[in-house]
Design a binder for this molecule. Structure first.
Ligand SMILES: [Fe+2]
Ligand SMILES: [Fe+2]
Length: 251
């Protein structure tokens, strides 16, 4: 919609002026609505991309939603700016997009992986970075950094590059802790979910070896809130799934 031209000043009367102001107001409202719709579509598209990998992994999508929320909460507690926290909350769900490129017999193997299988599995971080990288879109740039770096370890024993400490991007260091916490609290095909005390002990045990000590300190302090956040997301996604099932016409 074209912006209406203002009437010449000398011709202005009250009703024309009022109409002009109303048109401007309407135009601004339409632009704002179009922007909101576009931003919403952008967010949904990114979460669907993350879901594609998670679906292959046998999850329902709750894990990726929790990873976004947990990473955002940890970033906020670390004192990162609000915009950065929003960016990591949107990027973190894509951390395992590279699993799209891993064969099912390795990805879904119920027992331990052989050395060769593990090597193939570990390529998911590089594949993810290739899928997400090479754009100037901030959320995808951060998502590519996370995909590449979320299995690096503070002490340099991680993969794919063996980066250590602050060489690992902050976003990837945060997601490493959020992913570890959330994955341990989930039932997996090879083990049941661990209890809260056990998870907390394992996070503390990784301080300074697997994980950034500063991020572990924040996650430990925040642990009850992170657990509550997980539960809220699970309740919401379960309710959404019920609504979705009720809305799906039977065959
Ligand atoms: Fe991963
Ligand atoms: Fe994960």
């Amino acid at each position: 919609m074209e912006a209406p031209s203002p009437p010449p000043a000398n011709d202005l009367d009250q009703s024309q002026l009022l109409r002009y102001v109303q048109d401007m107001h309407q135009l601004r409202k339409q632009r704002e609505q179009a922007y909101q719709r576009l931003a919403h579509a952008h967010r949904i598209t990114l979460s669907k991309l993350a879901l594609a990998a998670e679906y292959k992994d046998g999850d329902t999508g709750a894990h990726i939603e929790r990873i976004g929320a947990l990473s955002g909460a940890i970033a906020k507690a670390l004192g990162q700016p609000a915009e950065w926290c929003e960016l990591i909350a949107q990027s973190a769900p894509m951390h395992d997009v590279g699993k799209i490129g891993i064969p099912d017999d390795i990805l879904k193997k119920p027992g331990p992986l052989t050395t060769d299988e593990r090597r193939i599995m570990e390529t998911h971080s590089l594949i993810g970075a290739q899928i997400l990288g090479g754009t100037d879109v901030p959320v995808l740039r951060m998502a590519a950094e996370i995909a590449l770096g979320h299995h690096e370890r503070w002490n340099g024993t991680g993969y794919p590059s063996g980066l250590r400490a602050l060489e690992i991007p902050l976003c990837a260091r945060i997601v490493a802790v959020a992913d570890f916490l959330d994955a341990l609290m989930m039932d997996r095909c090879y083990r049941p979910a661990l209890g809260e005390d056990e998870v907390l002990a394992l996070i503390k045990a990784g301080r300074g070896s697997h994980f950034d000590p500063a991020i572990v300190d924040v996650a430990v302090t925040l642990f009850p809130q992170l657990v509550a956040l997980r539960k809220r997301i699970d309740q919401r996604t379960a309710a959404e799934q019920l609504d979705g099932a009720a809305a799906t016409p039977s065959q």
